[in-house]
Structure formats: structure tokens, C-alpha cells
Design a protein around this ligand. Structure first.
Ligand SMILES: [Fe+2]
Length: 220
């Protein structure tokens, strides 16, 4: 029995049109994301103590894996965790999701303004070399940070794996692999990044921020 399953999208494939197109959403979800899951299930099929964990727990414990499994689980477990987060991070523009409350206050206090934050995030996402992700995270020190990771690395993996300063709980995520935008935007990644603001779910981000803050406080 496979352990990990493709999560159902919380909206139809065409719900993010015209910003994120239906064909890309369908292929991205049913082909790319499914492939990460299939490969992860194969990698962990002989690891009964690990394959009962959530994928987020698995990617946070890469050092507990047998050495020969780590690279594969980093790529495919990361792919499953990151895409599972990404789908929920999006919402049809008709839902009028707006940034408000504590997350808005924290973004303004960290970056100066919401516009300034968006510029920092867009620049980070634009300058990821090759395939990767842009994130807004809550760091272990309780600071909001914009960071990027390569390939399918996640801020949950810790900075010894994903890179200095990247460790934290995801609040926002943007997939900047070409498979996320090439059909509609071709090579023009900055236009895809701008379109993200029309379909981002600030409600989901606010939930993640509250959860992340709660976990940090519980750990004190
Ligand atoms: Fe992707």
C-alpha cells in the first residue's frame, strides 16, 4: 500500500485562471506532484519506522535516514511537502483574500510596508538560479524572512541541508521551477511572479503564521 497520496486540490484546475492556467495546474498536480509521491513511496517502502510520519516530519528528519536514501528523500519528499503546501497557499482571486491582522502588522514592521515586502519577495523569486522556491518563513528566532531554496529543498530541512538562514516554518511559498509557469509565461518568470499576488491565499498565510508562532512559543 502506498503511504503518501496526492492531496485533492481545494479548487478546480481552472479556478486560478487567467493568472495560473488550467493546463499547467492539471499537469503540475497530476504529473509532477504525483511523480514525487510515487518516488517517495518507493524510497520509503522498506522504512517502516519512517513511512508512518507526515511528509513534513520526514523532511525534517533527513539525517535519521540511511545515507543511501537521503538524496532521494530530500528531492522527492521535499517535492511532496513543498507542493502540498503550495496548493493550499493559492486561492481563486474571486475569494478576495486580503492581508490583514497580525501577519500584516508583522510584515510591515519587518519590511517597512507590504509593497516593500512584495518587492523583496519578487526579487528573491526572480533571482533563484535554475529550479527552486521562494519563501516567506518564520525563523527559529521568531523573525519573518524571505529566503530561497534550490531544487525541492524546504525550510523545514534545516540550514545544514537547505542553506544558511533558510531554516523556519513556511508562511508563503512560490514554486519557480519552469514547470510551474512555462506554458503560460514561457521564459518570463517575472510575469508569473507578479501573477502570484492575484492568487495568493493571505488567509492560509495568516493561519500558517499563527501556527508557526504557537510552535515557537510552545518550544520556549
Ligand atoms: Fe512544481
Amino acid at each position: 500500500m502506498p503511504t503518501y497520496h496526492l492531496p485533492t486540490l481545494p479548487y478546480p484546475y481552472d479556478a486560478l485562471e487567467p493568472h495560473f492556467d488550467e493546463e499547467t495546474m492539471r499537469i503540475h498536480h497530476t504529473k509532477h506532484h504525483q511523480t514525487y509521491i510515487t518516488n517517495l513511496n518507493n524510497l520509503l517502502s522498506d522504512q517502516p519506522t519512517l513511512n508512518t510520519l507526515s511528509v513534513e516530519e520526514v523532511v525534517a528528519k533527513l539525517s535519521h535516514l540511511p545515507a543511501e536514501k537521503r538524496k532521494g528523500v530530500r528531492n522527492h519528499g521535499g517535492g511532496h511537502a513543498n507542493h502540498s503546501f503550495f496548493w493550499r497557499n493559492l486561492t481563486p482571486s474571486s475569494t478576495n483574500s486580503t492581508l490583514s491582522g497580525e501577519l500584516k502588522v508583522a510584515i510591515e514592521s519587518t519590511f517597512g510596508s507590504v509593497d516593500a515586502f512584495q518587492q523583496v519577495f519578487e526579487k528573491a523569486a526572480t533571482t533563484v538560479f535554475g529550479s527552486g522556491w521562494a519563501w516567506l518563513i518564520l525563523s527559529p528566532e521568531g523573525e519573518l524572512r524571505v529566503v530561497t531554496t534550490a531544487n525541492q529543498d524546504s525550510p523545514l530541512m534545516g540550514e545544514s541541508i537547505a542553506g544558511p538562514g533558510t531554516e523556519g516554518r513556511p508562511i508563503l511559498a512560490l514554486d519557480v521551477w519552469e514547470h510551474a509557469y512555462y506554458l503560460r509565461y514561457r521564459n518570463v518568470r517575472p510575469d508569473y511572479i507578479k501573477a502570484y499576488w492575484s492568487v495568493v491565499s493571505w488567509d492560509f498565510a495568516a493561519e500558517q503564521f499563527a501556527l508557526a508562532k504557537g510552535q515557537l512559543e510552545a518550544a520556549l
